[in-house]
Design a protein around this ligand. Structure first.
Ligand SMILES: C[S@@+](CC[C@H](N)C(=O)[O-])C[C@H]1O[C@@H](n2cnc3c(N)ncnc32)[C@H](O)[C@@H]1O
Length: 227
């Protein structure tokens, strides 16, 4: 099997698959709320009440529909100066808005290369890690970018991660538990809190874009590590 390095993986037809769902809403039908069982806009509103401002980074944001909806909602409440929203995606077909969304910034690029000085109240990666090469580094990085009271939420299929040519499931579940994460094996949702950090201590070897469908039914990328 040929493992692809990051610079080749991003050009794989699996990663650039046009049948992917890139159009999730913030809440309601086909939404982030359906995935994580909370409305991002309500979470952020609560943070504004508690601390005066709130921020959300959406990794692998697709078209960024959820971010645009949340930005429009806060602007309509005159809370545009209290909210900071950012989306990063390899493909730059972000939706536009008729309103000037000064609280929202999109960046076209690989999340592995994303750099910021900020820390966020909420970081999400909705069905994005399935296509990322170094998934564990992406999780470490997201945790590093969270405020101490922040939350990280992502869909993660442990079948898409191999350690020393074996299943990663027991090792990663142990690591998540020890590091204060909650991983739901049924829903395959990972939740981390900003108070916790994680270092997997594994060497990334590359990614297999021929792995085939994961639990989503879509072709996915399997990531290989060594201890
Ligand atoms: C299934 S879509 C989900 C999009 C969005 N989160 C949603 O739910 O509507 C996965 C997205 O991950 C993006 N993606 C895959 N690998 C990426 C990477 N290394 N860096 C940034 N974006 C990536 C793809 O371009 C795609 O838009």
């Amino acid at each position: 099997m040929q493992l692809l390095p990051e610079d080749k993986l991003i050009w794989s037809p699996v990663v650039a698959n046009s049948r992917m769902n890139r159009e999730r809403n913030a809440s309601g039908i086909n939404s982030y709320e359906q995935e994580f069982k909370f409305k991002p806009e309500v979470f952020l509103q609560q943070r504004i009440v508690e601390q005066g401002a709130a921020s959300w980074l959406d990794l692998c944001c697709g078209q960024g529909k959820a971010l645009v909806q949340v930005a429009e909602s806060f602007l309509s409440q005159n809370l545009g100066d209290r909210i900071h929203l950012e989306g990063v995606d390899l493909i730059g077909d972000f939706v536009s808005s008729s309103t000037d969304l000064h609280c929202l910034h999109f960046e076209m690029g690989n999340i592995a290369e994303f750099k910021t000085e900020r820390q966020y109240d909420l970081i999400t990666c909705v069905h994005g890690l399935h296509y990322v090469g170094n998934k564990l580094e992406a999780i470490e990085k997201a945790m590093h970018l969270l405020k101490p009271t922040g939350q990280f939420w992502a869909n993660l299929d442990l079948e898409n991660i191999v350690i020393n040519h074996n299943s990663s499931s027991d090792y990663l579940k142990d690591m998540f538990r020890q590091s204060g994460f909650v991983y739901n094996s049924r829903t395959k949702i990972l939740k981390g809190s900003g108070a916790n950090s994680i270092h997997f201590g594994l060497k990334y070897k590359g990614a297999d874009d021929q792995y085939g469908p994961n639990y989503t039914g879509q072709p996915s990328v399997c990531s290989y590590y060594e201890k």
